[in-house]
Design a protein around this ligand. Structure first.
Ligand SMILES: [Zn+2]
Length: 425
């Protein structure tokens, strides 16, 4: 091997004018990744339920200390809304992009064996919302670092109570969509899954992504009496049974088979003893619909069927349909855009089209009813074979938080690119 002659010292290059490098959200996310994973584990140890998550809120606020953000916290709930202002010049109106992460856990006793397992008996981040929070904090940090390239503003939505009773609606009431001083133009959210796909696969679909879920409650009012003399009563029990069956007939006879309606009667209750006819009978059902049209029609049809059957027998039925979360709809253009961003960042082979919507529901739907946007899913499956993995909400649902930096990068990149497009449109 011959010794190469020593290269002559290169003359000092003249200072090049500062050319801004293209922002690389992924590089930043990989650099801060270990801190985001640590944040996720910290949150995983302290799950909280519902609208009031003081410990989670405190961790979020602490994790974003030092970032130049306009932060407001919720009145009715422990939400956090942070506005991050881009510093890239904008000629027209400043675009506003919303990124959402839900924060709440579930009443589940964790059976995953990890040193960061829940320290609160009976509570667990079994739906992976701890990863969403860490991902959104990561997006805030990335966007803050790249804010010289950010055209317009980003609203970061840290939302309690996705698992009920719903945090998106009160946040909207408290001014979420106007938080940046202008109405939000586009909105995105990511959800992690512990099963379904191999780790790292992103999946979604345009149009209906998730169902609307409503609770149907029926009280059949009759007149009780002695079981030996039903003619002197108005027995609500057989009438309630007829209503349950008539509901299923209505499902198959009154709705298009191409736009499904699912009605499950999960509870029927009446009476105390074999020889006493009760005054009332109660029915509780879960109603899932996949379009606003069928949702509205279903409310009407099931009310009419219950009242009609009761009335045919000389009784009355009181029907209450609680307004749950609406249908979650991905705007077709936004979905295509978001899918493109994910494919650019991680490769097209990490995308899978969802053939069908899911029958679960999600209160990001309230945001997507008002603002075009996209809701993406990604597998954080911790098992080598995703077929063996347990689904979200299981006490054994295991999420691999190696996905958190990717979630952060995807959210940040969605905001960077969409606001650029909005500014130039
Ligand atoms: Zn969830």
């Amino acid at each position: 091997m011959t010794e190469a002659p020593e290269a002559p010292e290169a003359p000092e290059a003249p200072e090049a004018p500062e050319a801004p490098e293209a922002p690389d959200a992924l590089a930043v996310s990989r650099r801060i990744g270990p801190e985001l994973v640590e944040l996720r584990r910290r949150l995983h140890r302290i799950p909280e339920l519902g609208l009031h998550l003081p410990d989670t809120q405190a961790v979020v606020l602490e994790a974003m200390t030092g970032l130049d953000l306009e932060v407001t916290t919720g009145q009715e709930l422990s939400s956090v809304v942070a506005v991050l202002r881009g510093r890239a010049p904008v000629s027209g109106e400043r675009p506003v992009v919303l990124l959402r992460g839900d924060m709440d856990a579930l009443p589940v006793t964790e059976e995953v064996d990890a040193d960061y397992a829940s320290q609160r008996p009976g509570l667990m981040h079994a739906c992976g919302h701890d990863l969403h929070v860490a991902g959104l904090v990561g997006a805030a940090r990335i966007l803050h670092e790249l804010r010289d390239w950010l055209v317009g503003d980003v609203v970061l939505m840290f939302q309690p109570a996705e698992e009920g009773p719903g945090g998106a609606e009160p946040m909207i009431r408290e001014g979420l969509l106007e938080a940046a001083g202008r109405r939000v133009d586009a909105a995105y959210a990511v959800h992690v899954y512990s099963a379904d796909h191999p780790f790292g696969t992103w999946f979604g679909r345009p149009g209906t992504l998730m169902a609307a879920a409503d609770e149907v409650s029926v009280v059949v009012h009759g007149l009780g009496g002695h079981g030996s003399a039903p003619d002197r009563t108005r027995d609500p029990v057989p009438v309630a049974c007829e209503i349950v069956l008539a509901f299923q007939t209505a499902v198959t006879r009154q709705f298009s088979i191409w736009d499904p309606v699912v009605l499950t009667v999960g509870k029927v209750a009446a009476g105390t003893k074999d020889n006493i006819i009760p005054d009332d009978a109660h029915i509780e059902a879960s109603l899932r619909t996949f379009s606003p049209e069928h949702r509205g029609k279903a409310h009407e049809v099931f009310t009419r069927v219950a009242q009609g059957v009761a009335s045919a027998h000389g009784l009355t039925a009181e029907v209450t349909i609680g307004n749950g979360y609406p249908v979650t709809v991905n705007d077709a253009e936004e979905q295509a855009f978001a899918q493109g961003v994910v494919a650019d960042l991680f490769g097209a082979d990490r995308w899978a089209d969802m053939v069908d919507p899911e029958a679960g529901s999600e209160d990001m739907s309230f945001v997507l009813e008002q603002v075009p946007g996209a809701y993406l899913n990604v597998s954080a499956c911790a098992h080598a074979d995703h077929h063996d993995a347990e689904d979200n909400h299981s006490p054994r649902a295991a999420f691999d938080d190696a996905i958190v930096p990717d979630v952060a990068a995807a959210l940040a990149e969605l905001a960077l690119r969409r606001s650029r497009e909005l500014a130039s449109s």
